[in-house]
Design a protein around this ligand. Structure first.
Ligand SMILES: NC(=O)c1ccc[n+]([C@@H]2O[C@H](COP(=O)([O-])OP(=O)(O)OC[C@H]3O[C@@H](n4cnc5c(N)ncnc54)[C@H](O)[C@@H]3O)[C@@H](O)[C@H]2O)c1
Length: 452
């Protein structure tokens, strides 16, 4: 039996949550303050690129199990459980900015008409569950508090942009944290179709594990998971930099390491480092939270520092090969922070482009889905990858879109005036690049120019 669910904030996470919960049978209303997004969603159009989402969205709208509104009272009246999916970007002091979350909770608390469960799905600082309870308490008059109690459950989200629908419908685990067992079970029931893998025609996979825990532990799981993944990538990059110095090839090294089940192959690729809206801000928040308690999270700070260095390394390599940047032309392949998305938040490509431009180079970039970069007029966008290479002294692969494996490297070479292909994701087979008459350089691969 479908339940009445509200999703507050329909960005990258909220839209997926809303469409997937409607797909598995719930009655879902998405609440969004951004008029442009709201208009698109109501027409069944996704405001961003995410594979498979448009189909679920139109399916939900057609079945009338999904709708979108800008009216808080309507969203609150139509749902018993509300998933908070608003953004929590990094603030000035490293801590996450929870202003949007506080605003959303306050208006919901003032509007409630009966008992509700508020689910924090946004990544929120550890301790936010209790803080949300406090906001509700302050916003509700005493009689409403008795008639319409609001309880809080933490349900961190682990989906990845680019495979978000699949990740949400087939998670490894669902984590629920609350100090109120009834509220927790209420949210667990919403997840029942996903936990049992009864997915409305979608292929079922291994059943996910349901982890029941406290509010604070659930909140910590999210930060600890992201910190570990970021650390794993930074570890691979540290090894890559050592590989360049000692003449080893990091792709062989991490391949062999990853075959050890204790280590695992995923998130062990060397390159230009991680980006996106989550790893950087979540590491900063965890470091700041530790510091508030007098603890210096050295390992987490090192993961961030190595990641920043990798972006600089790409620029250093270009500069070294071209003997300076002034007057040079550089083509960039890939702008999105990773393949499968059009998200540019904390994308390595933008830092790399800024540094190349600051050094006096001209930059022409291509991406299969990103067609413009708002607020960055100096960065010129090419219509296709070959155009990005037009009279370029160097072409730098920044995002490992598999589309780029289809490139005719000989054609690219003929359009370029230089010969350097800097593969900052170790995507290409070096032999193929060299056969096409280009000079290949990767990250941490034998005979690179070294990280120093
Ligand atoms: N993007 C990811 O891959 C990912 C994965 C896991 C967790 N998260 C976490 O999920 C949260 C959301 O991330 P996102 O990438 O979807 O952010 P986003 O910026 O894409 O989406 C947030 C949405 O909330 C809307 N909003 C803000 N205030 C509102 C309000 N009061 N009422 C209704 N709507 C409101 C905004 O207009 C926006 O559309 C963050 O805490 C993030 O850390 C993100």
């Amino acid at each position: 039996m479908g339940q009445r669910v509200g999703v507050v904030g329909t960005g990258y996470v909220g839209t997926v949550v809303a469409a997937c919960l409607a797909h598995v049978g719930h009655q879902v209303v998405g609440l969004e303050v951004d008029e442009r997004k709201l208009g698109l969603l109501r027409e069944g159009r996704t405001p961003f690129y995410e594979p498979g989402l448009a189909t679920l969205l139109t399916g939900g709208l057609d079945s009338e199990r999904l709708r979108f509104t800008g009216d808080v009272a309507e969203a609150v009246a139509s749902s018993d459980v509300l998933f908070l999916c608003v953004g929590t970007p990094s603030g000035q002091d490293g801590h996450a900015d929870v202003g949007a979350l506080a605003d959303a909770v306050r208006v919901i608390a003032e509007t409630v008409d009966g008992p509700k469960v508020l689910v924090t799905k946004s990544t929120v600082p550890i301790g936010s569950g209790r803080w949300v309870e406090g906001i509700v308490d302050d916003a509700q008059p005493a009689d409403l508090r008795r008639r319409a109690p609001v309880t809080v459950v933490s349900n961190p989200e682990f989906l990845r942009q680019g495979s978000a629908v699949d990740d949400y419908l087939h998670p490894d685990r669902v984590v629920l944290g609350s100090d109120d067992p009834d509220a927790l079970e209420r949210v667990a029931r919403i997840y029942e179709p996903i936990l049992q893998q009864r997915l409305n025609g979608d292929a079922a996979s291994r059943r996910p594990v349901l982890v029941r825990t406290t509010l604070a532990s659930a909140e910590t799981v999210k930060y600890a998971s992201n910190a570990f993944l970021a650390l794993k990538i930074s570890f691979a990059n540290e090894i890559a930099n050592i590989c360049e110095l000692v003449g080893a090839d990091v792709t062989d090294v991490v391949h062999a390491m990853g075959l050890d089940e204790r280590i695992g192959a995923r998130f062990l690729d060397a390159g230009a480092g991680w980006g996106g809206s989550c790893f950087g801000k979540d590491l900063s928040e965890l470091i700041a939270a530790a510091s508030d308690h007098g603890y210096d999270a050295r390992l987490l700070r090192a993961a961030k520092s190595v990641n920043g260095w990798q972006r600089e390394l790409v620029v250093k390599k270009v500069r070294r090969h071209l003997h300076g940047l002034r007057g040079r032309r550089v083509g960039l392949l890939g702008l999105a922070f990773k393949p499968g998305t059009d998200d540019l938040r904390d994308a390595p490509s933008l830092d790399i482009a800024r540094a190349l431009l600051a050094g006096g180079a001209t930059v022409l970039a291509h991406d299969p889905v990103v067609r413009s970069v708002p607020g960055f007029p100096e960065l010129r966008i090419a219509g296709d990858p070959y155009e990005a290479g037009e009279r370029a002294d160097a072409v730098v692969l920044v995002t490992e879109w598999s589309d780029y494996l289809e490139l005719e490297l000989g054609v690219l070479r003929d359009r370029m005036r230089g010969r350097l292909l800097l593969d900052s994701r170790n995507l290409f087979d070096p032999a193929k690049v060299r056969t096409a008459g280009l000079h290949y350089e990767g990250i941490g691969r034998a005979n690179g120019v070294g990280p120093a």
